[in-house]
Design a protein around this ligand. Structure first.
Ligand SMILES: Nc1nc2c(ncn2[C@@H]2O[C@H](COP(=O)(O)OP(=O)(O)OP(=O)(O)O)[C@@H](O)[C@H]2O)c(=O)[nH]1
Ligand SMILES: [Mg+2]
Length: 264
C-alpha cells in the first residue's frame, strides 16, 4: 500500500477541526499518518486536536505546531518537507476549517487513481461541483480567473487553488515551491508550476461550504494580486517561477511535534 500523508492546516478553527477529524474515521485505512499542523492558533485548536488524537487511537494522528505563523503556504512547506524527509509517496491536503469533504476523494483513493498523476486537484467550479452558501461575487470572480488562466496557460483549469489536493512526493522533491508565497496565494503558484513543469494533473469536483463571510475588499485585492502574478508569469515564465515571491523570508519552516498516537 502507498504511504500516504494526510495533512490538515489549521488556524483558529477549534470547532471545525473536530468535525474534520471525525469525518476521517472511516478513511483511516488509507492514511499512514494524519498530520494536523497548527499555525499558532489563538483558540483551542491545538488542544482539541491533541485530545481527539488521544481518544481515537485507531486513527493515526500526529499534531504539530509551527514555531511561528507561516500562513497557509508556509504550512504546506512544513508538510511537504515532512513528507519528503519521512518517505511518504503522496501528500493530501485537507483544510482544517471544514469547508471541504473527504468523501470527494473516496473513489480516487479506492481505485488508486492518484498513481497516474503528479497532482489531483479539487475543483469548486466543475459541472459536478457543489457550492454551499458561496457568494455570487466570489463565484463570478473565480470563474473569470479560471477562464483567464486557462487562456494564458493554454489548458483547461477548473480551480486555481482549493482546499483538497493530492500531490506525489516524488514531484515535490526538487522543492520548486520553496520561494512561493507563504500566504493564501501559495496555491495559485502551484497552479502556474503545474504549467511550467508540465506536471501530469487531473481535476475532480468538490463539495465546498462557505460559512464565514469574506469582505469584498479582500476579494478585490486578491484579484489584483493574482492578475499581476499572471502577467508577470506569462511575460517571463522562468524568471518569475524561480523568483523570490515571499514578502517575509524564513530561513526554515520549523514545526514541533506536540503529540502523536503513532508508535514510530
Ligand atoms: N487564514 C489563515 N488560514 C490558515 C493559516 N494557517 C493555516 N490556515 C488554514 O488554512 C485553511 C484556509 O484558510 P482560509 O482563511 O479559510 O482561506 P480559504 O479557505 O482559502 O478562503 P475562504 O474560502 O475564504 O475560506 C484553513 O483550514 C485555515 O485553518 C493562517 O495563518 N491564516
Ligand atoms: Mg477556508
Amino acid at each position: 500500500m502507498d504511504k500516504i500523508l494526510l495533512f490538515i492546516p489549521c488556524y483558529n478553527c477549534e470547532n471545525e477541526i473536530l468535525k474534520v477529524l471525525n469525518s476521517l474515521c472511516d478513511y483511516s485505512k488509507y492514511f499512514k499518518e494524519i498530520l494536523v499542523i497548527d499555525n499558532g492558533s489563538k483558540d483551542n485548536t491545538l488542544n482539541n486536536a491533541i485530545d481527539w488524537a488521544k481518544e481515537h487511537t485507531k486513527v493515526p494522528v500526529s499534531v504539530m505546531q509551527n514555531k511561528e505563523n507561516y500562513n497557509l503556504g508556509g504550512s504546506h512547506k512544513v508538510a511537504f518537507n515532512y513528507a519528503i524527509n519521512n518517505g511518504f509517496g503522496y501528500v493530501i491536503i485537507l483544510h482544517g476549517d471544514n469547508q471541504g469533504d473527504i468523501s470527494d476523494i473516496k473513489e480516487i483513493l479506492e481505485k488508486e487513481k492518484y498513481k497516474n498523476y503528479d497532482c489531483c486537484l479539487g475543483a469548486r467550479f466543475m459541472k459536478e461541483s457543489k457550492l454551499v452558501n458561496y457568494s455570487p461575487v466570489r463565484i463570478i470572480g473565480n470563474i473569470a480567473f479560471n477562464i483567464l488562466f486557462s487562456i494564458f496557460l493554454k489548458k483547461k483549469l477548473y480551480d486555481l487553488g482549493a482546499g483538497l489536493n493530492i500531490y506525489s512526493t516524488e514531484m515535490l522533491k526538487s522543492k520548486y515551491w520553496e520561494k512561493f508565497p507563504d500566504a493564501l496565494t501559495f496555491n495559485y503558484l502551484m497552479t502556474m508550476a503545474l504549467d511550467f513543469y508540465k506536471q501530469k494533473y487531473m481535476f475532480f469536483p468538490l463539495t465546498w461550504k462557505e460559512e464565514g463571510q469574506v469582505s469584498n475588499v479582500k476579494v478585490t485585492s486578491q484579484g489584483f494580486d493574482l492578475l499581476s502574478k499572471l502577467f508577470k508569469y506569462v511575460f517571463n515564465k522562468k524568471d518569475f517561477i524561480n523568483s523570490e515571491l515571499r514578502t517575509k523570508v524564513f530561513n526554515e519552516y520549523a514545526s514541533e511535534c506536540k503529540y502523536s498516537n503513532i508508535n514510530k
